[in-house]
Design a protein around this ligand. Structure first.
Ligand SMILES: Cc1ncc(COP(=O)(O)O)c(C=O)c1O
Length: 462
């Protein structure tokens, strides 16, 4: 009997592989030695000593044949390059803000924006600030405050839009600190530090209302806008038949500007931008851009990078891609949950977050359970994840330290890179480590910088 293709339930990778990179297989002993050399900080490893690299989904994706073709087409004119205009068209098709300012990556957009609007005495609320966003806010002298809904702070609480802003808390914060001290309200889509959890359009509308009440601008940290839009299509009433591009435009229409890392949902290896409607902020931002990044039609980028992002923005809103992307992340998470491994639920868009506090209840937060678990996954199986807990968020500008709200290990899935058998291997390793979690010990920091310590701190096992 003939079956119609659309009746099959297996979701396949919607691409074929044209070019491959070898993975160097290593032994537990070798990895133990590499770990000691790296000061038990996985950022210090040589990437070719890693078997499955889930450190980040940022800039680690595989580009398409069309993106590589765009790279060949890249025009490197200093000013007014055709590549710039192709990039500008692709951005404004989805995010029709008046000003688009290209930067070499997301944090450069953040640095410029908060240099313009931050400063001592200012408060920047967000659902949850990503680490570089928080660091850039604090570097300007301003305060970064997270107002995510209560469910967003509980790893096992099920909620379809766990990234949503607690709009009552936002309103109370603005009243308490005075609207004149709040230059902007941020919403991170999806909420990376909170578990890659989406924000609903309904919630964004209420955030908009709160902003309007106090005359405040609303900016999106839009790194994973397409994944967020897919969740809206899947989970929010009234959007099942909406095109992803239309959902993205609806999100953008509620905002006054955005910061963006093109290394995520522009499917590029480098790039980003700052966009906004304010002429005044845009002028000040462009002045800083010229000082630190480059001329406003290339920012910190080559023309070829602009081409890669322009093409990536068209590919990322493809429904076949997004269905595969979200489903393959859920495949990893659901297998772990089934095996009894505590994870942030529901499974987010770009990553699975292991709940290290739940798995290692015998390791206190200031002995960094997430770091201990991340090191064990590398040593046992060559899997590199990233601690998102007290190492990343526990250090304060005055040098003090306190436990982060959650102790997570993020397994971020690079876009279009690993196959299902790679993921099956990851599941096997994590199950093995989880069964022996009671044997894991905490860590102490032996060396650290004054901010963003997770990148360079050195540790010792206790
Ligand atoms: C939500 C969020 N905002 C901002 C950034 C910073 O972007 P970039 O790494 O391009 O500087 C990231 C990067 O991971 C992110 O996930």
């Amino acid at each position: 009997m003939l079956a119609r293709v659309e009746h099959w339930t297996t979701i396949i990778e919607p691409f074929r592989i044209k070019s491959v990179e070898p993975i160097r297989l290593t032994t537990v002993e070798e990895r133990g030695a590499r770990l000691r050399d790296a000061g038990y900080n996985l950022f210090n490893l040589h990437a070719d000593d890693v078997l499955i690299d889930l450190l980040t989904d940022s800039g680690t994706g595989a580009m398409s044949a069309e993106q590589w073709a765009g790279i060949q087409r890249g025009d490197e004119s200093y000013a007014g390059s055709p590549s710039w205009f192709r990039f500008l068209d692709a951005v404004t098709e989805l995010f029709p803000f008046r000003h688009v300012i290209p930067t070499h990556q997301g944090r450069a957009a953040e640095k410029i924006l908060f240099s313009v609007i931050g400063g001592a005495g200012k408060v920047i609320p967000s659902n949850t600030h990503f680490d570089t966003t928080r660091a850039n806010v604090e570097f300007s002298g301003a305060e970064a405050i997270d107002c995510v809904i209560a469910e967003g702070r509980q790893p096992s609480a099920i909620h379809p839009f766990k990234g949503n802003m607690d709009t009552d808390a936002l309103d109370a914060l603005i009243r308490e600190r005075g609207a004149e001290n709040v230059p902007v309200v941020f919403v991170t889509v999806t909420n990376n530090s909170g578990g890659g959890q989406p924000v609903s359009l309904a919630n964004l509308r209420v955030v908009r209302e709160v902003c309007d009440r106090y005359g405040l601008p609303l900016f999106l940290d839009a790194c994973r806008f397409a994944e967020n839009a897919w969740f809206i299509k899947e989970r929010e009433d009234g959007y099942a038949d909406a095109a992803i591009g239309d959902i993205v435009r609806e999100m953008a229409a509620l905002a006054d500007g955005m910061t963006m890392s093109g290394k995520k949902d522009a499917l590029a290896n480098i790039g980003g931008w700052l966009a906004m409607n304010s002429d005044e902020w845009a002028e000040q931002s462009r002045n800083l851009l010229i000082l630190t990044e480059g001329f406003p039609t290339y920012g910190g980028l080559a023309g070829r990078d602009l081409e890669a992002m322009a093409q990536g923005l068209r590919e990322v809103i493809d429904e076949d891609y997004l269905r595969y992307r979200i489903r393959s992340t859920a495949y990893l998470g659901e297998a772990l949950v089934e095996a009894g491994v505590p994870c942030v639920q529901p499974i987010g868009g770009h990553a699975v977050y292991l709940d290290a506090a739940g798995l290692l209840p015998h390791v206190p937060p200031l002995e960094y359970p997430g770091q201990a678990l991340a090191c064990a996954l590398y040593r046992e199986g060559g899997i590199r994840g990233c601690e998102i807990g007290t190492v990343m968020f526990g250090q304060h500008p005055d040098g003090s330290e306190s436990p982060a709200p959650m102790e997570l290990v993020r397994l971020a899935i690079p876009r279009r890179v690993y196959t299902q058998s790679h993921v099956d291997y990851v599941i096997e390793v994590i199950r093995w480590v989880a069964e022996r979690a009671s044997e894991l010990r905490g860590m102490r920091i032996v060396q650290q910088p004054s901010s963003l310590r997770h990148f360079t701190a050195r540790f010792e096992p206790l």
